[in-house]
Design a protein around this ligand. Sequence first.
Ligand SMILES: Nc1ncnc2c1ncn2[C@@H]1O[C@H](COP(=O)(O)OP(=O)(O)O)[C@@H](O)[C@H]1O
Ligand SMILES: [Mg+2]
Length: 311
Amino acid sequence: MDGLPTDERKPVALIALASSADLHDHPEVKLLAEALAGLGHEASVETWDDESVDWHRYALTVVRTTWDYTARRDEFLAWARAVPRLRNRADVLAWNTDKTYLRDLDQYECPVVPTAWDVDDSATVEALADHLGVSVDEQEWVVKPTISAGSRDTGRWSSIDDAVAHSRELLAAGRPTMLQPYVEAVDAEGETALLYVGGTLSHTMNKSPLLAPGEGVPAEREARKRITTSAASPTQTKVAEKALRAARKTLGGGLDLLYARVDVVTGPDGSPQVLELELTEPSMFVAEAGPEAAERLAGAISTALTSVGRA
Ligand SMILES: Nc1ncnc2c1ncn2[C@@H]1O[C@H](COP(=O)(O)OP(=O)(O)O)[C@@H](O)[C@H]1O
Ligand SMILES: [Mg+2]
């Protein structure tokens, strides 16, 4: 052996970080590109829908800040299927870009926030309230499109009629919907994001609440977002791992997830429920988590390079 650390012996790899056109300077990609450079790789931030990009040049393409895809999901998934050596894989993205995946988690016994789909009458909400043992008038409700990100078109309602009207409006525009009880603990404690890198828990963050009581659907909530470091309890970790296991069971064995974020909230009985499993383009909060987070992600990308030859 020549005594050099493994990374110095490796040939430099070209890695694409896929972004939307306006987010090339986002810390999520910049810090990761720097950490990859530290390992001897060359990272290039590319716009996912830029037709002039030759994705075949890259040893690996990592989906990162492609946060403009939700209105063009079909186009995004067609792009993902055409890119060689993509992480996470295109089939993962196809499953994960529609929140109906929560049904699969539920089916594999992972606790999720209770959800009714495509609600177009109050009877469905009353049935859900009955099932949950809550009073329909005292409960607040959240309505969101099943394909969405960044809380766009998401509403918090104190009246069931307003919630149903919101769902109907989205349905009339051809957008499938979901309705959930507003999880009250979010107001006091926010949500807990467990960030997995290369299949291992890397860091845990707390996200502040985003929806205000009775506000309906305001256009912009970015300014409310506060991200702080946190710690996951054993029960939260157990639930997050159930979510990842359910993803593996649904998508088939041999699934290697380069990155994953599991957002959990505290349900009315005090136990964690999954609000979102993000396997597509999660913010990994690398700027907020400290330098080790980007370094761990870069390390996992380096490791993934050894398996893509077989992808
Ligand atoms: N059922 C709910 N109870 C409490 N807060 C919710 C609920 N659903 C969504 N939210 C709030 O809205 C935000 C966005 O919803 P989420 O399901 O995470 O979708 P996305 O982040 O993809 O837009 C969450 O971060 C949370 O603050
Ligand atoms: Mg979210």
